[in-house]
Design a protein around this ligand. Structure first.
Ligand code: SRM
Ligand code: SF4
Length: 555
């Protein structure tokens, strides 16, 4: 079970999986213990595979730990039906913290669910024909797809994502046993997942699709990215990129963010077997002793793209052809009203930091619930943590706009360009790994950035700013034009120079910047950018052209 890259002993997680290959742990017994509001640390590892994270409200730590659960729903491609949306919306009010959090991989998260409600919520999610299985843990995670509705190619990718999601779902009977049947199963003896084996993957595995020229899924940040090559309106095949990932740790140079290498072109018929081969390479060559070094990106960084291609060809039994030409020019969600090819309309709505909620400024959650109930649109989540209402009749546009206005939901065109382009990870108070604020601090920080941009005449510039509370990179800050990565309370690493198409990694500009000094760092750069930029040049490209030549990268 040790990795071919290491003779070190397997990590504690590997031993846990080996002992409980159905991933049941002692979750059933823990659920029966109504005196306790928490699970053991070992069960916590198994719960992740079931889509559940045991967290605590970190704001309340001074008065004692209050355990709460985060639940992540699997939504391949980010698409759900109106009745599924309404079911999840209701559950968030009944059992969670009255919010729904759209994630950077197009899923939905509930925060603040109590252990005592967990089984009910999971049962009801399954009752709405959705699942939480395999949204976390050492398995293939939610598959991302360009979110714009209506186009034939997009629909084809959605279909592929759903099929792959099903294909890569673990077959463990424990999920149904624990949450749906409420039974203890004792099925671990002899159980082995045919795809994942007894110990599953060494770490998570992420797959994303993109359709050039729009890189709205940040395709190169996935373990495997699939770049659709479109001919005459149909998917002729995919350029496969492999070895991307964002996670790193402060002070550990052996960990790094990486963009995937383009490996070559495969046909649609070869898709499943090729991805399966990639997943099994991760399974068999990933580091099982050191979880910080266990992603596919390290296997490829160390063994090389040529080795990976040859191994992929051998395992899939195919010949991988040279990559077809493609170009990405931008990312970004489709805000506002658009016409679908079938004549219906879709509306791209800005959701601040992905958090669907009612606040004293707006009642977005109630507005969405009202609209979905009345007009039954399909609901789509974007990798930019925003939301699309699709399949709307043109005659309903005015009524929907009125509902949004009445609930104080700002129209996308009223939101400053930089705010619409930017994202924040969850961080405090729920994320146990957060070193600094992210989601909660971001609206205020963006307000200051918007003012600074306005001072130099750049108020309309859609600079991509991304913030995280720690270096794990959940909002993908290492491909942003401006990335802020939490280091300690009120302190961030400042990255600059990612590009609009998310095809270039940003570089560290300042190792530590205090929250109150961020604007002091950015203001002079904005002033220079306003003066020195070439026609149409984006901020990140100006940074790479000018600043990187003046100041060599720190790392
Ligand atoms: Fe993430 C861990 C939230 C996308 C890299 N991520 C976490 C946890 C579960 C914290 C934990 O392990 O205890 C966070 C839950 C906080 C909370 O209270 O909700 C968390 N990650 C998120 C979400 C919700 C951020 C968001 O603002 O949307 C995203 C959920 C995606 C989903 O629906 O599946 C989310 N996480 C990402 C991404 C972006 C992506 O996948 O496109 C990354 C970078 C890409 C990558 O995987 O390299 C990412 N999350 C991580 C890592 C670092 C992994 C690594 O290779 O080192 C961790 C830490 C870990 O796994 O140990 C992590
Ligand atoms: Fe938590 Fe860090 Fe991910 Fe933010 S980047 S959600 S702080 S793990």
């Amino acid at each position: 079970m040790t990795s071919p890259l290491s003779s070190a002993p397997p990590s504690a997680n590997e031993l846990l999986k080996l002992a409980h290959p159905t991933l049941d742990g002692t979750i059933t017994q823990a659920l029966a213990d109504t005196q306790s509001d928490r699970f053991s640390d070992d069960d916590n590892q198994f719960l992740k595979f079931h889509g559940i994270y045991q967290e605590d409200d970190r704001d309340l730590r001074k008065t004692g730990k209050k355990y709460i659960m985060m639940i992540r729903v699997r939504v391949p491609g980010g698409v759900i039906t109106p009745w599924q949306y309404l079911a999840l919306d209701r559950l968030s009010d009944q059992y969670a913290n009255h919010t729904l959090r759209i994630t950077s991989r197009q899923t939905l998260q509930f925060h603040g669910v109590l252990k005592s409600s967990l089984a009910t919520v999971i049962r009801e999610i399954n009752g709405s024909l959705l699942t939480t299985l395999a949204t976390c843990g050492d398995v293939v995670r939610n598959i991302t797809v360009p979110p714009s509705p209506g186009e034939a190619v997009g629909a084809e990718l959605q279909l592929q994502a759903r099929k792959l999601s099903e294909f890569f779902s673990p077959i463990t009977p424990a999920y149904h046993g624990i949450w749906l049947d409420g039974k203890e199963l004792n099925l671990n003896d002899g159980f082995i997942d045919p795809l994942y084996g007894k110990t599953y993957l060494p770490r998570k595995f992420k797959i994303g699709f993109a359709i050039p020229p729009v890189n709205d899924t940040d395709v190169f940040t996935n373990d495997v990215g699939l770049i659709a090559i479109v001919e005459e309106g149909k998917v002729a095949g995919y350029n496969l990129a492999a070895g991307g990932g964002m996670g790193r740790s402060h002070g550990n140079e052996a960990t790094f963010a990486r963009l995937g290498d383009v490996i070559g072109f495969i046909t649609p018929e070869q898709l499943e077997q090729t991805i399966l081969a990639a997943v099994t390479i991760h399974r068999d060559f990933g580091d099982r002793s050191n979880r910080k070094h266990a992603r596919l990106k390290y296997v490829i960084a160390e063994r090389g793209a040529d080795w990976f291609r040859a191994e992929l060809e051998r395992r899939a039994g195919i010949r991988i052809h040279p990559a077809q030409p493609f170009v990405f020019t931008r990312q970004g969600d489709p805000f506002g009203w658009h016409t679908q090819p079938d004549g219906k309309r879709f509306l791209g709505l800005f959701i601040e930091t992905g958090r669907i909620q009612d606040t004293d400024r707006h009642r977005t959650k109630t507005a969405l619930q009202t609209i979905v109930e009345r007009f039954q649109p399909e609901v789509r989540f974007t990798p930019g943590n925003n939301l699309i209402l699709a399949n709307i009749q043109p005659a309903d546009i005015d009524a929907i706009t009125k509902i949004l206005d009445e609930h104080g939901v700002p129209r996308p065109e009223q939101i400053p360009a930089v705010r619409r382009a930017s994202t924040a990870c969850v961080a405090l108070p729920t994320c146990g790994l957060a070193l600094a604020e992210s989601e909660r601090a971001f609206p205020g920080l963006l307000g200051r950035i918007e003012s600074a941009l306005g001072e130099v005449g750049l108020a309309d510039q859609p600079i991509i700013v991304r913030i995280t509370g720690c270096p794990n990179g959940c909002s993908r800050p290492y491909v942003a034009e401006i990335g802020l990565v939490g280091k300690a309370p009120g302190k961030y690493q400042l990255y600059l120079g990612g590009n609009e198409a998310a095809t270039r990694l940003a570089r560290v500009w300042k190792e530590v910047v205090k929250d109150e000094d961020i604007l002091g760092e950015l203001r002079p750069l904005f002033a220079r950018y306003a003066q020195e930029r070439l026609d149409g040049e984006h901020f990140g490209d100006w940074v790479a052209r000018v600043l990187w030549n003046e100041q060599p990268a720190q790392s």
